[in-house]
Every structure is written in structure tokens, then in C-alpha cells.
Write a protein that binds this ligand. Sequence first.
Ligand code: HEC
Length: 153
Amino acid sequence: MLKKMTAGLLAGIITVSVTAPAVMAGADEVIAYRKGVMNTVRSNAVAIMAMRRGNLDMEDNIGDIAQQMATASGLVTAAFKVDTSAMDSKEKTTAKDNLVWANWSDFMEKAVAMQADADAVAALAAAGDVDGAKNAIGNVFRHCKACHDTYRK
Ligand code: HEC
């Protein structure tokens, strides 16, 4: 039974890899998605900053909010992997020319650095250290400007 299933699974994998054509992602969807990821990082980071300033009463949910920020931060490199700089698109982009892709390892380093600080906030929030999470949110915001200055119009 298990053997049969494994064989079936393998056959499926082989069929897919042989028959599936290379999928060309559409620039509109790619750009819309990466903007969505960025806006998810933003809305959750801004919410934690607003809690710190006493302007938003969402402390009961700070664990989920911090986790969403961290998860979205972790999706930045995947969301930007397609170089859309030479593709036609209706979706507006503020990515600066082809700089993200021409300097991919630097871009990735900046994204991973943000993710590390976002993960730290999420870990504090998950551990119930609400004040610690609020205090550490500034570390996440340092990365926005650091990356945007180079890679965003
Ligand atoms: C590793 C680089 C990098 C980091 C770090 C980064 N961004 Fe971005 N961000 C970009 C790029 C590139 C764009 C342009 C995307 C596009 O328009 O295609 C962008 C776009 C945006 C947008 C506009 C999205 C839209 O709808 O047009 C917002 C908002 C944003 N970033 C917020 C943030 C915030 C807040 C942070 C920090 C918490 C942050 N970003 C960190 C690279 C980064």
C-alpha cells in the first residue's frame, strides 16, 4: 500500500516536472503581491508602534500582530525574486529601476536583517513580554529606510 502510494507520488512528480512548461509569472500579479507583503509588514509594525505610544489598544493581540509582521518580513525575498524591471505592467511599482535584482545579495541581506529583528519582536510577544515587544519595534523600523533609500523611488 505504502509502496504503491510512493510509486504513485513519484510518478506524479515526474509527470509534473516533465510536462509542466516554465511558468512565466505575470508582472502585474508579482508587483501586486510584493506590495501586499510590504503593506502587511507596515500595518503590523505600525500597529505595534501605535500600541507603544498608547494610541492603539490591541495588546491582547500583539502576539498575532507581531507574528504577521515577522511572517511577512520572511516573505520579502521570495516576493521580490522575479525581476520585473524589464516587464510591462499596469500595476504601479516604486521599485527603483533594476537595482533590487542587480544587487540581489545586498537586497536579500537587508531583508533578512529586518526579518531577524521582526522575529525578535514576535518571540518577545509570544513569550508574553508585551513591553519588550513594544520596545524592540524600533529595531524593525530602522530597516525600512535603510532599504528604501537604495531600492525605492
Ligand atoms: C529589503 C528591502 C526593504 C525593506 C527592509 C523594507 N522595504 Fe518596503 N519596499 C521595498 C521595495 C523595493 C518597495 C517597492 C515595491 C514595488 O513598488 O514594487 C517597497 C515598498 C513599500 C511600500 C509601498 C507598497 C505599495 O503599496 O506601493 C510600503 C508601504 C513599504 N515598503 C513599507 C515598508 C516598511 C514599513 C518597512 C519596514 C518595517 C519596509 N517597507 C522595509 C523594499 C524594502
